[in-house]
Design a protein around this ligand. Structure first.
Ligand code: ADP
Ligand code: GLC
Length: 484
């Protein structure tokens, strides 16, 4: 075993406390896996209003952040990541975080997340624990690597502490007009020490890319993609400048949570060896969602309803789908445009299309278990966890060849299957015909019981547990410690 490291994760979501997407799953599972590897891991996150009272822990002192030239006081609460020994610090500030939405379109988002980052560093700096490494996730924590290079460069605790910045999605950058610069907690001259701005805005992701000791993203393919103009959202050159410090580490799945053999949310347990329960789960899903109880192939989705997830392909294909023998069950929340379009489609085709608009953990598990196929026509996908969960539930993913989807799903072609590979359907052409062709391949597979059984088994046996990726992060930290 290597020398244990003291690792601080700073993030805005942790699934046991608060979740809007895959970021929360990673920031819950990765610290657990690193703890199991013997490291001293801790997490700090904002105490959002959505965190249930019973998870809010005990008062653990005060913290502060200097914003707009004023010291803004906050509180720290302390608890443990449930069923683990991982300490969690919650940064409390009712005015910033007790709101309906985590991120929303709030005018003061730069101030909210700058406060969070500075208060998190202040809280840890004032404790009796000094991290060896600070691991920051996505733009909400993008200020931290830059604070370490500017305001805190001579700090008694943080001087020389390496930072890792993980890009979970480069489309969301935390870019704000320069009029708001003051509320970032940076001094205008800090921009000369490390770049903080991009295209006339303060841009937190840009700041992190310049300042972090190492930068990574959540699949190898996406790491390459974001260094190109097509996927880089303007930051491709900044990333390419640091190419030797950029890497891809694919996400894992927490199989204690995502396991059809022991899932409290689903109708019947099942496994690759005893698959019968999956049919009970399908029937239960049809009953719960008002789909006709029948043998038609069922296509599921659990997703943020945003354009990047390929919602245009879904909505534009509704009438085509209704010409086939199939059913669709979608759980999603997001842009009202997609919520409305899907609700309309469900109203027009009762018993054949279902949409639940909202966030529902139990229904998510039921869709992964009860569907035959899982649709993921994302235009871009940094990693994607949904397809990984679907596979474990024997639900064959149908995905566009991009980013983490390309890295985790092997196309079940005849050649691949002959070699014992092929856990899903991967289509190449990011277009409506390409997507429909992927679905058509699913329909054909459904008609071939033996082949479906083979793909299903390969999917269920694919292993995306965290051990390997958690160790890959430790190796990345070691290389950061050497280079800082
Ligand atoms: P992203 O992080 O881009 O949203 P991922 O596939 O990495 O995509 O992760 C999505 C995670 O969020 C999965 O755990 C999925 O089950 C969950 N999820 C997404 N939308 C919902 C919803 N409406 N209700 C419950 N869970 C959801
Ligand atoms: C982001 C990405 C998703 C990834 C998740 C966790 O939300 O969109 O692809 O799986 O982060 O890393």
């Amino acid at each position: 075993m290597q020398t244990p490291l003291k690792i601080l994760h700073v993030c805005s979501e942790v699934a046991s406390f608060v979740k809007s997407g895959g970021l929360a799953d990673v920031c819950d599972a990765l610290p657990r896996a690193q703890r199991l590897l013997g490291h001293d891991v801790r997490i700090v996150l904002p105490m959002f209003g959505a965190i249930p009272t019973q998870f809010r822990g005990e008062p653990g002192g005060a913290c502060e952040a200097v914003i707009n030239g004023q010291a803004v006081p906050g509180l720290v609460r302390q608890t443990l990541l449930p069923d683990s020994a991982v300490p969690v610090y919650l940064i409390e500030h009712a005015n910033y975080f007790e709101r309906d939405e985590l991120y929303g379109d709030y005018d003061d988002n730069l101030e909210r997340f700058s406060f969070f980052c500075l208060a998190a560093l202040n809280a840890i700096g004032g404790s009796d624990w000094e991290p060896d490494i600070v691991h920051c996730h996505d733009w909400h924590t993008g200020g931290i690597p830059a604070y370490l290079k500017t305001r805190l460069k001579s700090d008694s605790v943080f001087a020389g502490t390496p930072s890792i910045f993980t890009i979970h999605n480069i489309a969301y950058q935390g870019a704000y007009s320069m009029e708001r610069f003051q509320s970032s907690g940076f001094h205008p001259s800090d921009d000369q020490l490390t770049p903080l701005t991009w295209k006339g805005n303060i841009n937190l992701m840009r700041a992190a890319i310049g300042a972090a000791t190492k930068i990574n993203t959540v699949s190898r393919a996406y790491a390459e993609e974001i260094m190109t103009p097509q996927f880089g959202h303007g930051l491709e050159a900044a990333l390419s400048d640091r190419r030797s410090d950029v890497s891809g580490i694919v996400n894992g799945a927490d199989y204690t949570v995502w396991n059809p053999a022991a899932d409290p949310h689903i109708a019947k347990p099942y496994s690759p060896e005893a698959i019968a329960g999956k049919l009970d789960c399908k029937k239960a899903l049809q009953e719960r969602t008002g789909l006709r109880v029948c043998d038609a192939p069922l296509f599921g989705m659990v997703t943020r309803l945003v354009h990047d997830k390929g919602m245009d392909h879904i909505v534009d294909s509704i009438e085509w789908m209704m010409d086939q023998v199939l059913q669709v069950a979608i759980l999603g929340k997001g842009d009202s445009h997609w919520e409305d379009a899907l609700s309309d489609a469900a109203a027009r085709h009762p018993g054949r299309i279902h949409i639940t608009v909202g966030y529902d953990e139990a229904l998510a598990h039921q869709i992964y278990a009860g569907s035959d196929f899982y649709l993921m026509p994302s235009h871009t996908e940094p990693c994607g966890l949904s397809q990984i969960y679907a596979m474990r539930y024997g639900t064959v993913p149908i995905v566009q060849r991009t980013g983490g989807l390309a890295d985790t799903v092997d196309d079940a072609t005849t050649t691949n299957l002959a070699q014992g590979v092929g856990n899903g359907i991967v289509y190449n052409n990011d277009s409506r015909p390409g997507f429909q062709n992927g679905m058509m391949r699913g329909l054909n597979l459904y008609g071939n019981e033996d082949k479906l059984g083979q793909v299903r088994r390969l999917a269920m046996n694919a292993d995306f547990s965290w051990d390997i990726s958690a160790q890959a992060y430790i190796d990345l930290y070691q290389s950061a410690l050497i280079s800082e």
